[in-house]
Ligand binder design. Structure first.
Ligand code: NAD
Length: 495
């Protein structure tokens, strides 16, 4: 089947009231008239400009955060918890404004943006609660000659670098544990979606976070930024969420001063549907794991393996769901699939589709872009995708479901693990033994069992292999911002 990539299909337009609501928030952010332009991916319009900070400005931000951090490190955990609770309250008071702003600058449908607000604010609440439960321990040395006490202290100034796909959640998942642990922070959001971070940090200050403690830096020269700040001896920590190639560069820079490093990097998630799966559950889970955020998620289902006995029914049912998806502005009424982040992403989807079809894949539905000012690509289902095609070997980061068929459990485990990535994996089966046996053998940090959206604030999110180092969310996420020390207290037996 051929595809023209230029099919003109009706797209849902933005709702004027929703656009006004987003623009009211942007108007409240005291932004400059010039600088880095921020676009609405659904319309191509320029919606704001943000400062283009140079390396010198970034180092001033380090100085200011460092000064504010000295006092913050000495606060009690209850004081920090109270401030975080107050920030959570502010974020919730402005939840609808956040949802509109996220949708406007990033493109996701309003309903999903509301989901991100829930997910993102939960990290602030979680760390407000977690900060008053500092982990520590008491141990006795085996020879009875010492007591060992372990304590946590703040790791120090943290540089936080976030991507564009979850503008609120990626920021709160780092800022909240940093503050809870007692650390100051300099955050650099993606230049494509900086507005949500500005709004969140503005509310943090209104809630009682000391003014200079969290600094926001925007720059068109992220390389100069990271080289300057990661070489500064006051910085002790880098936490990055983004692609694996950039993560490698940052790890090299971090090695100069041996910085504590957390890396949430790229994925290539396998999703496995066994013959004994509940078909409806598998279709619902795959739909969510694939199309949430327009497929622009690091844990998005990338290689969908379906066992031979269920494959025809599964493909037919998933195609039916894909064909019902409404496409358009995230701020439009009834949109289920919003714009991709930029035109490069649309061209990438075209190239992926063309490559898979050239190698023999079957196009079941979709496979086209739209003649529009925004950046849209249809929900696309490819079946019988060859293993060597680009959609099977690369992170797709878009709304293409690439299905490969398999026959045996052993075979699919080998194929699923044949990647340098190890962030998320999914499996669908009604057999409890199989669920745990296969989950145990998947080389990923996250496994969704019979469901497609595994993340929440309580879960230690993160990857293995080249998908990253460290965890975010949960109590483990707090430890990323803490040093562990022990006191050895000598014991002398009394007569
Ligand atoms: P990206 O790596 O291009 O950019 C991420 C951030 O790093 C942006 O703020 C960017 O400006 C900045 N950056 C780029 N080069 C830099 C440098 N040399 N120094 C300092 N900062 C630099 O990634 P992206 O396109 O924004 O996001 C998509 C990628 O992020 C995907 O690979 C996705 O899997 C990954 N991601 C991972 C997770 C996770 O938790 N594992 C979550 C979301 C996204």
């Amino acid at each position: 089947m051929s595809t023209t990539f230029e099919t003109v299909t009706e797209l849902i337009s933005p709702d004027a009231g929703s656009v006004q609501e987003a623009d009211r928030v942007i108007g409240s952010l005291a932004l400059p008239a010039h600088g880095i332009a921020v676009h609405d991916p659904a319309t191509g319009e320029t919606i704001a400009h943000v400062r283009d900070d140079d390396a010198e400005k970034a180092l001033i931000a380090v100085s200011e955060a460092d000064r504010a951090g000295n006092a913050w490190a000495r606060t009690t955990s209850r004081q920090r918890a109270d401030v975080l609770h107050a920030w959570y309250g502010k974020l919730i008071d402005h939840a609808e404004e956040f949802a509109h702003l996220i949708s406007r600058e990033m493109g996701k449908p309003l309903a999903e943006a509301r989901g991100e607000v829930k997910y993102g604010t939960d990290f602030v609440r979680w760390y407000a609660e977690e900060s008053v439960r500092p982990a520590g321990s008491f141990r006795e040395s085996p020879d009875g000659a010492a007591n060992i006490l372990t304590r946590r202290s703040p790791v120090g100034l943290a540089v936080l670098i976030t991507p564009w796909n979850f503008p609120l959640a990626m920021a709160t998942r780092k800022i909240a544990p940093a503050l809870a642990a007692g650390c100051p922070a300099v955050i650099k959001p993606a230049t494509l979606t900086p507005l949500t971070t500005y709004f969140a940090v503005k509310l943090a200050v209104e809630a009682g976070v000391p003014e200079d403690l969290v600094q926001v830096i925007n720059t068109s020269d992220s390389k100069a930024f990271s080289e300057a700040v990661l070489s500064d001896s006051r910085v002790r920590k880098v936490s990055f969420t983004g692609s694996t190639p950039v993560g490698r560069q940052l790890l090299q820079l971090a090695s100069r001063n041996v910085l504590r490093s957390s890396m949430e990097l790229g994925g290539n998630a396998p999703l496995i549907v066994f013959d004994d799966a509940d078909l409806q559950r598998a279709v619902d889970g795959t739909f969510a794991a694939k199309l949430r955020n327009g497929g622009q998620s690091c844990i998005g289902a990338n290689r969908i393996y379906v066992q031979d006995g269920i494959a025809d029914d599964f493909v037919a049912a998933l195609a039916e769901r894909f064909e019902q998806v409404t496409v358009g502005s995230g701020l439009g009424n009834g949109t289920l699939l919003g714009a991709l982040i930029d035109n490069r992403a649309v061209n990438q989807m075209k190239a992926f589709t063309r490559n898979a079809l050239d190698l023999g894949a079957e196009l079941v539905t979709g496979g086209h872009a739209y003649a529009a000012a925004g950046h849209f690509f249809a929900p696309t289902l490819l079946d019988r995708v060859p293993e060597e095609s680009d959609v099977a070997t690369s992170e797709i980061f878009g709304p293409i479901a690439a299905i490969q068929r398999f026959s045996s459990e052993a075979e699919v485990i080998t194929r699923a693990n044949a990647t340098e990535f190890g962030l998320a994996g999914y499996l669908f089966t009604e057999n409890l033994d199989r669920a745990f046996n296969v989950a145990d053998r998947l080389e990923t940090g996250i496994v969704g069992i019979n469901q497609g959206v595994p993340s929440n604030a309580t879960a230690p999110f993160g990857g293995i292999k080249q998908s990253g180092l460290g965890r975010e969310g949960s109590s483990e996420g707090l430890e990323e911002y803490q040093n562990i020390r022990f006191y050895n207290v000598a014991r002398r037996a009394t007569p």
